[in-house]
Design a protein around this ligand. Structure first.
Ligand SMILES: Nc1ncnc2c1ncn2[C@@H]1O[C@H](COP(=O)(O)OP(=O)(O)OP(=O)(O)O)[C@@H](O)[C@H]1O
Length: 782
């Protein structure tokens, strides 16, 4: 490609270039230039048609001039990106853009689904008719790419357990995709008679969990602030039950919100939904009066009243009765009252500092709603119990600790309410008799986060994303290529961006950052600063780790999705998440059945998880038992999640955010490009295009595709040879290299050829069925 007279590469500049298939170079005009993305868009007329071409800036040729590989995509792009001939970032980007602008938000990369958020309702995409069509399709590529196709393929692959992993940044569309997949599976596998409400209950659990676990953030007005694994159980072809597991509800949001952020939806919905009389009975006012609701500068609740009515409807469908709902309201209202409790500093004897309670009415309301003695609650907020020998003494709390005690109380109340709710939902949708049911798991876990201020929560979220990216890489690249090697296929090794070193930096024993944090959290005199010192000391030489230049309380990690700086302030407290024993006792003494129940659950969790520290020789030593920290529990649950996933056949859905303004149908190239880059989409497509992800044992292959044989093989022909005969007759898919290879015991097939095989088989079977019907009709007529 050449510019006119060495002119600047600017939009509007005249250029010459040669598109694929054109006999000679064409004159064109630069439409857009993305230097960072090394992408040029050029408009030109080819075959009398104005078209736009995406060109990738390559390296330099021998004379130092830029090299411009080329790609022409046609007006509608391709629906499976493994069919692109010239694979480069510009081609992927332009292909997604072309499709997106025509309302085609789904595109395949082999069997991986790329879903670009439309940011507007696209009802025509998701009707019952569409669901039925996808349900009836025989193979993944038979119909245009769709989320329903992935859900249908997962369902068709039962009884082996299946997992659909839905990933993407905050706001990319994971939660919507999860809901749509569940709706599809519920629609095509209706519950058996007698159990009819179960699928309705499963569907109604989603808005309930969203009300309590989602909140408005600048990135997403309905951002899930917890990770979710939803297991759907199928029996005799019907959706027979479900189970939800949740990960790491963001607790800090209950008591603080940054500008533009809000607390969990349910608070605003409650206040807008109760009438004046109902509010008065609980001492409640409107949302702007509550400290826990107005710190982000937005306590408006437009439409929240209707949401409260919908929420009550969902509770009814789930069988959460009036008295339970009343108790839920008590807890929510108590949290709001607690947030408005304030303190005055008080100088005590011997130079000790203490506090005097302000907002006494708020304490009385909270105690009244929780049915605990008001004086005990006041004591819990202003003093702490210290145990010296056999004596329990109360010592006053200074003002900062009193505020912390208030917030810790509110966080414990709300998070145990959330835990209780999940358990309650499970008790409804996961009834007995499912031990032999078949399972599809849907994972919707918080996306990678890099905020203005990143704290402990972001470290955990990004750690989870690293492990899931690793799981993806392991499936797509590592295990795949290991298999080729084992079965001695001809294969040039394909490198990929391995993120194991970051995972080790975070979690390897004994000095991974999360282990250092745990050790410090169990050491009473440690502080955030001493934790940071230890991180610097142990990892300063690691190239994935950065120290701040100006001595700030931060450390930086180079994640697979980019560098993130974490401010360590509050890390230790958040990780300890200690609930004082006297506070737990107070909660357990509540006469509200729900509060007593959730406090018991809290106590069980608190006690059951206590582990004794091990001595150097591996034997238990006599020390205080360690209460597991948040990071330790989270790592454990991630480990269990991956364990469970490793037993499933995975399906990947990559959600993409088209712009950062949440604008409908606006495709911002650099924004999409960065997501394609850090998820390794180009390499993924390369390995899907040239690799052999489908592997079938010879005998199973022959049994499935024997209808495609044009001649019957001799009786004792080995399966391997029959496989070869079937495959040799299939037309080539057009990608470079062989479309299949025969390994030691299995045949290895490219996805494109697998689609073609499935389609050919379905055609043969259909033709045979038609012939048989005609034969039977003829026979009957005769
Ligand atoms: N398929 C879709 N059709 C229409 N709108 C969509 C679709 N997917 C997402 N959206 C829009 O994008 C918004 C954000 O999507 P969603 O909440 O699913 O993101 P997320 O990836 O789960 O984000 P987070 O990680 O913050 O929870 C939705 O509220 C909705 O407005």
């Amino acid at each position: 490609m050449a510019g006119s007279g060495g002119a600047e590469w600017l939009p509007g500049a005249a250029v010459w270039f040669q598109p694929a298939g054109a006999a000679a170079a064409l004159p064109g005009e630069l439409v857009e230039v993305h230097r960072a993305a090394r992408v040029l868009l050029v408009s030109a007329v080819l075959n009398d048609k104005p078209q736009t071409f995406a060109l990738q800036m390559g390296g330099n040729d021998e004379e130092g001039d830029p090299v411009w590989p080329r790609e022409e995509l046609g007006p509608a792009g391709v629906d499976d990106m493994t069919r692109l001939h010239d694979l480069h970032e510009a081609a992927l980007l332009w292909n997604l853009k072309l499709r997106y602008e025509q309302g085609l938000i789904y595109t395949y990369a082999g069997s991986i689904l790329v879903a670009v958020n439309p940011y507007r309702p696209v009802d025509s995409l998701y009707g019952l008719q569409t669901a039925r069509r996808y349900h009836a399709a025989e193979a993944l590529g038979d119909l245009p790419p769709h989320l329903f196709a992935i859900a249908a393929a997962a369902r068709a692959s039962l009884p082996h357990p299946q997992a659909i992993l839905i990933s993407g940044e905050s706001g990319a569309g994971k939660t919507e995709s999860t809901k749509l997949a569940v709706q599809f599976l519920a629609a095509v596998a209706p519950a058996p008679p007698g159990r009819a409400p179960v699928s309705e209950q499963i569907l109604e659990a989603a808005p309930l969990l969203e009300a309590f676990g989602n909140a408005r953030t600048p990135k997403n007005h309905n951002s899930s602030r917890f990770g979710k694994l939803l297991e759907l159980y199928f029996k005799d072809g019907s959706l027979a039950g479900a189970r939800v597991a949740h990960y790491l509800l963001e607790k800090s949001r209950i008591v603080t919100q940054s500008p533009g952020e809000r607390n969990y939806h349910v608070f605003y919905e409650l206040l807008a939904g109760l009438d004046e009389e109902q509010r008065r009975a609980r001492g409640l006012l409107t949302a702007e009066h509550y400290f826990y609701l107005n710190q982000g500068g937005d306590s408006g609740g437009a439409g929240a009243g209707a949401d409260w009515a919908a929420l009550c409807g969902a509770m009814q469908v789930l069988g959460i009765g009036d008295s339970e709902r009343e108790d839920i309201i008590r807890v929510l209202a108590a949290v709001l009252h607690l947030g408005n409790v304030y303190f005055h500093r008080r100088q005590l004897r011997h130079g000790q500092e203490g506090v005097q309670l302000g907002g006494g009415a708020e304490v009385r309301w909270a105690a009244h709603l929780l049915k605990v003695p008001a004086e005990d609650l006041a004591k819990a907020l202003t003093t702490r119990v210290t145990a010296a020998r056999a004596e329990r003494m109360r010592s006053p709390l200074p003002i900062d600790q009193a505020l912390d005690a208030r917030d810790a109380f509110a966080k414990a109340l709300y998070s145990s309410l959330f835990n209780w709710l999940v358990l309650r939902i499970n008790s409804i949708v996961h009834r007995g008799g499912l031990h032999d049911a078949h399972r599809i798991s849907l994972l919707d876990i918080f996306g990678f986060e890099d905020l203005e201020e990143n704290s402990f929560e972001q470290l955990c979220i990004n750690y989870a994303n690293e492990t899931l990216q690793h799981y993806f890489n392991k499936h797509i690249f590592k295990l795949e290529q290991q298999e080729y090697q084992k079965e001695r296929l001809e294969w040039t090794h394909l490198a990929w961006n391995d993120n194991s070193p970051v995972i080790q930096l975070l979690s390897k024993k004994p000095v991974g950052i999360l282990h250092l944090l745990d050790d410090e959290s169990n050491f009473p005199r440690a502080s955030d600063a001493s934790f940071l010192e230890k991180c610097h000391y142990n990892h300063a030489l690691n190239e994935l780790y950065s120290r701040p230049r100006l001595g700030a309380n931060e450390f930086g990690i180079k994640h697979y999705a980019g560098q993130v700086w974490y401010n360590v302030e509050g890390f230790l407290d958040k990780n300890r998440d200690a609930l004082r024993a006297d506070v737990l006792e107070l909660l357990c003494s509540s006469e509200v059945p729900l509060v007593a129940e959730m406090s018991t659950q809290l106590r069980v969790q608190h006690d059951a998880n206590k582990t004794l520290p091990r001595g150097a020789n591996g034997r238990f030593v006599t020390m205080k038992p360690r209460t597991p920290t948040v990071a330790a529990r989270f790592s454990d649950s991630l480990y269990q999640l991956l364990e469970s996933m490793s037993r499933c056949n995975p399906w990947f859905v990559r959600c993409i955010k088209p712009n950062t303004e949440k604008s409908p149908m606006k495709f911002d190239l650099p924004c999409v490009l960065s997501q394609l880059r850090y998820t390794g989409m180009l390499d993924t497509i390369k390995i899907r295009q040239t690799g052999y992800p489908i592997r079938i044992p010879f005998q199973a292959f022959v049994e499935r595709y024997r209808y495609l044989l044009t001649s019957t093989p001799a009786r004792a022909t080995p399966y391997r040879e029959v496989c070869n005969s079937i495959l040799a007759e299939m037309p080539a898919t057009g990608a470079a290299g062989a479309d299949y290879q025969l390994g030691a015991a299995r045949v290895f097939i490219r996805e494109a050829l697998h689609f073609a095989l499935e389609r050919a088989r379905a055609d043969k079977l259909r033709a045979a069925a038609t012939k048989l019907q005609a034969h039977v009709r003829g026979h009957l007529t005769r």
